[in-house]
Design a protein around this ligand. Structure first.
Ligand code: UN1
Length: 497
């Protein structure tokens, strides 16, 4: 019997009204059912939204430092359970265990950070133009938020949304990906243990098609925070915009690493391996394009191929594994299809390119680390998001050419340059059209204390994570307060002189 998990509605763990369920499978071995969760329907979502609406008043009025104490306890609990959660992330999503643990660490970091925000949530106070009057701006919560998260970061991305939403005084209905529901349930369980009152966090499992859009467009929901594909994000942004809901969408990427002729090639190769094949290329920040200066192109390619050849495919729980499986059958087909497209477009397949089903790999969704060389900037494999272990290596004549290629796609999440020339790095920093720019580091691994989000089709609406312009701007509205203690009617703009 596989372990059963539930929805959380109004503080109670419950099944879907219909009794229907979904299975979460281990992508490294699909014989292993990680857990069974409810396949929720509209009625379940209605109940969850109602619970969140009812809980809003109490949570909004709880002093923010108190809300912060609950988040602090959640951080401690996640930390104490890091090993178990990390293993669960690996079993359910497939990433190698050090990355599973990193995923959980990102949730811990975000919980501590947002717990601290409970004592800040700062606004502005400014002088009034009139005597005996003060002026300030304060952050106020928005109301009920729908949080819709993907499978590639089963604990980190939920944490990016849950903790800032909660510290700001919102209540939430959280719908995690149906491919990683168990990790999400464990995270929510720890929030309950930390003392989040009933109804403040509601968890509803289900597929994106059946539950996602219904939840996002629900009249009781005031804001939507979504991470996932550009196609779904753009559609959600349109419908939610028309319904006057707050919306933030983190979407795809086609992130470039530029390697200049003066770069340390050993470092650039290491960065390209980590950025391109880490998480099996399934990060929205993955380095799927390497734009290499023509003077070092051949040398770089040779070292890169030789290093990538050594990567071992396998179950992420094994110490010997460098690259885990892709998440599911449809992703497997999509990636293999892009490999075919690349071949037809005339790119040269110089490594990998196949599904592997030999030995221990036969029960999972494994694709070899794949490298295409001689990729032209206008090929589909150089422009479209593949979200798998496929890297395109493109030739550039000089820095301007490289930046032009880097910017010549519809996405703009992260971008990187390897160079030892300070002028080159400054120019790239200024001209790369991306939400996040890395110098001498790959495109993955953003830290939580600064905003996370991209330009163009990578992001719509507010950004996520910490810092100025980060998630608090999404999860709060500004309210301006003027207080007149003069005891008489004073007229702004008129009584000044
Ligand atoms: C994602 O792939 O959706 O910057 C998030 C990074 C991670 C987060 C990635 N901190 O790669």
């Amino acid at each position: 019997m596989s372990e059963k998990f539930s929805n959380l509605i109004d503080g109670r763990w419950v099944d879907a009204g219909s009794g229907k369920t979904l299975k979460s499978l281990n992508p490294a071995n699909t014989d292993e059912v990680v857990g069974v969760v409810p396949a929720s329907g509209k009625k379940d979502i209605d109940r969850a939204v109602k619970a969140a609406q009812d809980a809003f008043e109490g949570w909004r009025l709880m002093p923010a430092p108190k809300r912060g104490e609950i988040l602090f306890r959640a951080a401690e609990l996640i930390k104490n359970n890091k090993e178990e959660l990390g293993r669960l992330v690996t079993r359910e999503m497939g990433k190698v265990l050090p990355e599973g643990l990193g995923d959980v660490q990102e949730a811990i970091d975000m919980a501590y950070y947002m717990a601290g925000e409970g004592r800040r949530l700062s606004g502005e106070t400014v002088p009034s133009e009139l005597p005996d009057k003060d002026c300030k701006s304060v952050r106020v919560p928005v109301g009920v938020f729908a949080l819709i998260t993907p499978w590639n970061f089963p604990t980190a991305i939920p944490a990016w949304k849950l903790f800032p939403a909660l510290i700001s005084g919102n209540t939430v209905v959280f719908k995690p990906s149906s491919y990683t529901p168990v990790a999400a349930t464990r995270l929510v369980g720890l929030l309950v243990e930390a003392g989040v009152p009933p109804g403040v966090v509601n968890l509803v499992h289900g597929t994106g098609d059946e539950t996602g859009e219904y939840l996002a467009t629900h009249p009781g929901v005031k804001g939507v925070s979504f991470t996932g594909s550009t196609a779904v994000g753009e559609k959600l942004a349109k419908v939610c915009g028309a319904l006057d809901k707050e919306i933030s969408c983190e979407m795809g990427g086609k992130n470039p690493i530029i390697v200049m002729d003066d770069a340390r090639l050993d470092l650039a190769v290491e960065g390209a391996l980590w950025g391109g094949f880490g998480t099996t290329g399934q990060r929205c920040t993955a380095a799927s394009r390497l734009i290499v200066h023509e003077k070092v192109y051949d040398r770089f390619l040779e070292i890169f191929i030789n290093a990538a050849k050594k990567l071992r495919l396998g179950d992420g729980l094994l110490k010997t594994t460098d690259v885990g499986p892709v998440i599911n059958d449809s992703q497997l087909r999509k990636v293999l299809n892009y490999i075919e497209i690349g071949k037809k477009e005339g790119a040269r397949l110089v490594l990998g390119g196949n599904r592997r089903e030999d030995g221990d790999l036969k029960k999972g969704y494994f694709i070899e680390p794949t490298i295409f060389s001689e990729v032209a900037a206008e090929m589909r494999i150089a422009k479209e998001e593949i979200f798998g272990p496929v890297v395109s290596v493109i030739r550039a004549a000089d820095l301007k050419d490289a930046i032009g290629i880097a910017n010549g796609v519809d996405y703009g999440l992260s971008a990187s340059i390897y160079t030892r020339d300070v002028n080159c790095s400054a120019e790239a920093e200024r001209d790369l059209d991306a939400g996040i720019v890395y110098i001498n580091a790959p495109t993955i691994g953003a830290e939580i204390q600064l905003p996370f989000g991209g330009t163009k089709k990578s992001g719509l609406g507010r950004k996520e994570a910490g810092g100025r312009g980060g998630a608090l701007d999404m999860f709060t509205k500004w309210k301006v307060v003027y207080r007149d203690f003069s005891g008489r009617l004073q007229k702004a703009q008129i009584d000044k002189d």
